[in-house]
Design a protein around this ligand. Structure first.
Ligand code: GLU
Length: 552
């Protein structure tokens, strides 16, 4: 047996499967031409944040739009950073925003798909089989350097301004013999397994990033760690093995990983794997004091995805917004195709921002208002009640107590060519519907100040005389106009403007009084529909109440 083989046996006695076995176990995927396989590969270190949601959205969209596969892999090799229920937090985030996976983790323990296990801590034997094979080929070796030795070389490299890490003269155990390794292992010495990097100091690598384009970087010369002291892999090695065996075609991830690409490409090459396409996403940015900075988990509440579900932005609206962040041409497409399904849009990596998409909450609100304006009253009702059940029990109860009434409210100025855009998120609904519910309405009436209390009372009293709840939408306004004229108001604003001294005001002032008496507000959706929804009894009650109040 040659010495490399002996070394491999020494280090991995219990590993009997070979890379070939795994190649057979996880064959090439049988997908149509052009189908891409992507993954979201988080460490279970806490809540899903907006940057993560954005990456997952891009990965999902890329797979979906090519009839490919999108899967969720949990990268839990760093046990120190892990939080309890870390997987559930990610799965819940996906659920909240409708990100469906084709394969991968469904909960802390369940998974689906034929390329698993999808949790790295369950794949130790697989990584070891591949490292064993690298040792056999003389491409990896055990390194027994102690923490002290490592910090010594770090200091030396720092003071001499050298590249930090284990390479060249610093790679003390590159040529360790099997005998010495055996002696040390028997002695209980701890070791890691390092790559024996074939990189040259002046070597260069080139690759084409899906977003950033052609990139040239120095080749990797470091003998990076493949397996840690406890036999678990480093991120670098697990990435190569997993993305190869899970047949990922596009590795889409944050651009903090660009600097590691030379290591990754070298690992793919040495393991005999076809490298994936790399697509590095720039971080989401935010404007602040005239400048830009990264959206921050610590500083920005909107960096937590719970912010969106708690505020009640519908999934579909968040998707719309994510797509506007993802592809700069999406907004124009949406304007040209207002009613098309978002999935008909042709998403491309090349239209993603190199500098980092700019997060803008006002824009999100606009996108969401637009989205909500196109929903049917039934859809709004269902989504609001779903949201309210968890986030606003008072509203939830009111909506459930009289479903028909609630749907009539949501139907006001909806389903027409120019629906109103009052609601940006479900937490706006309580205020939006408040005057329809005595439990919610504060009964404050914000009358315009150009009319006296006497004028207001006169309008209300006279309107009460002619108010006809059976009038059609077309007849209603002419009745108000006639009343306006009778009471000395111009029948149109234009007329009033021409001769303001001839009138007390115009028809808009008269309608305004009715509006404020009934809703408290100067600005509402269609007044006729509001009157119809409230019904005669309630409307008359509100008129009488107003008169009493003004006389007090
Ligand atoms: N586990 C890595 C992280 O949490 C994943 C990077 C990747 O997608 O490859 O950032």
């Amino acid at each position: 047996m040659d010495s490399n083989k002996q070394m491999a046996e020494l280090l991995f006695k219990n590993i009997t499967k070979t890379p070939e076995d795994y190649e057979k176990l996880y064959p090439e995927r049988n997908l149509e031409e052009g189908a891409v396989v992507t993954r979201f590969a988080p460490s279970p270190t806490g809540f899903l944040h907006f940057g993560g949601l954005f990456a997952a959205f891009v990965e999902k969209t890329a797979a979906r739009s090519t009839n490919g596969i999108f899967y969720l892999r949990i990268e839990d090799t760093d046990k120190k950073r892990e939080v309890e229920n870390g997987v559930s937090l990610i799965v819940k985030g996906f659920d909240d925003f409708g990100i469906e996976i084709d394969e991968g983790m469904l909960s802390e323990t369940e998974e689906k798909g034929a390329y698993g296990p999808y949790t790295q801590s369950k794949r130790t034997e697989i990584y070891q089989a591949f490292v064993k094979s690298l040792v056999e080929k003389g491409l990896a070796y055990p390194c027994f350097m102690s923490e002290e030795e490592l910090s010594e070389i770090r200091e030396k490299q720092e003071s001499e301004k050298l590249l930090p890490g284990v390479y060249g003269e610093f790679a003390k155990y590159r040529n360790i013999t099997v005998e010495e390794a055996e002696k040390r292992i028997k002695n209980g010495d701890e070791y890691v397994v390092r790559l024996m990097s074939p990189g040259k100091e002046d070597g260069k690598i080139k690759f084409k990033d899906g977003i950033k384009g052609e990139i040239e970087m120095p080749e990797n010369i470091l003998d990076v760690v493949l397996l840690k002291k406890d036999g678990t892999p480093t991120y670098h090695f697990a990435h190569a093995v997993d993305d190869h065996l899970m047949r990922t075609t596009h590795v889409i991830r944050g651009d903090e990983w660009i600097s590691s690409v030379p290591i990754h490409l070298q690992l793919f090459y040495l393991c005999g794997f076809k490298p994936p396409k790399y697509v590095h996403i720039s971080p989401i940015m935010k404007e602040e004091n005239g400048g830009k900075r990264k959206l921050s988990k610590r500083k920005d509440p909107e960096a937590a995805v719970s912010f969106y579900s708690e505020a009640g932005y519908p999934k579909g609206a968040v998707w719309e917004y994510l797509m506007t962040l993802a592809n700069s041409n999406y907004e124009d497409w949406r304007i040209a195709n207002p009613d098309a399904d978002i999935n008909e849009f042709k998403f491309t990596f090349s239209k993603m921002s190199k500098a980092g998409a700019l997060f803008d909450i006002v824009k999100l609100a606009d996108v969401s208002k637009n989205y909500i304006s196109k929903l049917s009253a039934e859809e709004v009702y269902d989504m609001v009640t779903d949201w309210a059940e968890e986030n606003n029990t008072r509203l939830y109860k009111l909506l459930c107590d009289d479903e028909e009434y609630a749907k009539t409210i949501f139907a006001i100025e909806r389903g027409n060519a120019k629906p109103r855009k009052d609601i940006a998120k479900w937490s706006d609904v309580e205020d939006y519907v408040s005057y329809f519910y005595s439990e919610l309405w504060d009964r404050k009436r914000d009358f315009a100040d150009n009319l006296s209390n006497e004028d207001i009372i006169e309008i209300i009293e006279k309107y009460m005389d002619i108010y006809d709840e059976n009038a059609s939408a077309d007849d209603w306004f002419p009745q108000v106009r006639d009343l306006a004229v009778t009471l000395g108001y111009a029948k149109a604003p234009k007329e009033y403007k021409k001769n303001p001294d001839d009138y007390k005001g115009h028809v808009g002032d008269v309608a305004g009084v009715i509006r404020v008496a009934v809703t408290g507000r100067r600005n509402t959706p269609d007044l006729y529909e509001i009157l119809q929804t409230l019904g005669r009894e309630e409307v008359m009650k509100r008129f009488n109440e107003t008169i009493d109040e003004l006389r007090r």
